[in-house]
Design a protein around this ligand. Structure first.
Ligand SMILES: [Zn+2]
Length: 104
């Protein structure tokens, strides 16, 4: 007889992204949410759009972040912070170049 072992470990919840812990990911998303809230509190027009250099889409200016002259939408900025912390990307330049290569 074999002892029954519970192997139902939910690995998918351990790492949201490769190389980033759930705690790190939550800290990043929380910081990005705060940025968007601050923009709203400052009275930024919700209709303002930016041309995001990460995804190449026109997105809301609220919550967007500029890194060394490169503007990313809130979603891409979150993605970049995750890439940076997991060492998948060093600079924003490098991140944008990788995204661009992925689109071509
Ligand atoms: Zn974007």
């Amino acid at each position: 007889m074999f002892a029954e072992v519970d192997l139902a470990i939910d690995y998918s919840r351990r790492h949201v992204y490769k190389g980033v812990t759930k705690g790190q990911f939550e800290a990043i998303t929380e910081a990005m949410k705060l940025l968007a809230e601050e923009d709203q509190e400052r009275g930024m027009d919700a209709a303002l759009q930016i041309a995001c250099q990460g995804c190449g889409e026109s997105r809301g200016r609220i919550g967007s972040v500029e890194y060394d002259g490169i503007r990313l939408c809130n979603r891409c900025a979150t993605d970049f912070e995750v890439a940076r912390i997991s060492h998948a990307a060093g600079s924003c330049d490098e991140y944008v170049a990788k995204r661009r290569a992925g689109r071509n």
